[in-house]
Design a binder for this molecule. Structure first.
Ligand SMILES: C[S@@+](CC[C@H](N)C(=O)[O-])C[C@H]1O[C@@H](n2cnc3c(N)ncnc32)[C@H](O)[C@@H]1O
Length: 220
């Protein structure tokens, strides 16, 4: 899967791509990520990328001409046509709520572009004319689209073969079809008894049929 991320703060991703499962997904070739800074493509003097809201109000809004120029420079076609070749998703609190089913849909893509907003967000013409849709990570506001893009990418990268130490980890987990879309059973590890807080006896029994049965009763 090839993912292009457009942002004003590409350095936010440095730490993220060093993390083990992301690094694994990239090293195995399952995931390719490119970062593009809107500022490098602005057609405006002084590197301007935003401006004050039409009609007045606080903050700054990302300009449509700047985002369009970035898309055109990277893809070599008219900015409004990029979304014809692959999804161009914009991170926004107004977007479709990110969920397991959205991740499943996106996991099947070969190409994906993510647009990260900042400040007051995007000029609406970016939403309407340059993007394929909006994705939200929940009903709250964070300062920029970088963390939401990382949340999305993290969930996608877990599904790429070779990303996780154990491939089974991504199969039997909360919301998966294997668990009927339910929440995973509680997990325990050593010590078996800590301050009298005990691991359920069935998990120490070695009886796999009983363990499986118990786990099924514990799904959320
Ligand atoms: C400070 S927010 C803008 C908030 C906007 N003025 C509003 O009230 O909805 C700046 C950027 O952060 C990102 N962002 C903030 N919250 C988000 C969320 N819940 N889901 C996805 N992206 C979000 C978006 O890219 C947004 O353009």
């Amino acid at each position: 899967m090839n993912v292009d991320i457009f942002t004003l703060f590409p350095q936010w991703f440095n730490w993220f791509f060093e993390q083990r499962h992301l690094a694994n997904a990239i090293q195995t070739g399952g995931l390719t990520v490119r970062l593009f800074d809107y500022r490098e493509y602005t057609p405006l003097k002084h590197g301007q990328v935003d401006d004050s809201p039409a009609g007045g109000g606080a903050g700054m809004v990302l300009r449509v001409d700047v985002v369009c120029a970035a898309l055109e420079a990277v893809y070599g076609v008219d900015g409004a046509e990029v979304r014809d070749s692959h999804p161009v998703l914009l991170l926004s609190p107004r977007g479709r709520r990110l969920s397991e089913s959205v991740i499943q849909e996106l996991a099947g893509l070969r190409e994906l572009s993510l647009l990260c907003g900042r400040y007051e967000g995007f000029d609406q013409r970016i939403v309407e004319h340059l993007s394929s849709g909006e994705i939200s990570i929940g009903d709250y506001v964070v300062s920029g689209g970088e963390l939401p893009a990382m949340v999305l990418l993290d969930a996608l990268a877990r599904r790429i073969p070779g990303a996780l130490g154990s491939p089974e980890s991504a199969v039997y987990e909360s919301f998966s079809a294997e668990l009927g879309g339910r929440l995973e059973y509680p997990q325990y590890t050593k010590p078996a008894d800590f301050r009298g807080w005990k691991v359920p006896q069935v998990l120490l029994s070695g009886n796999h049929a009983e363990i499986e049965k118990w786990r099924r009763t514990q799904l959320g």
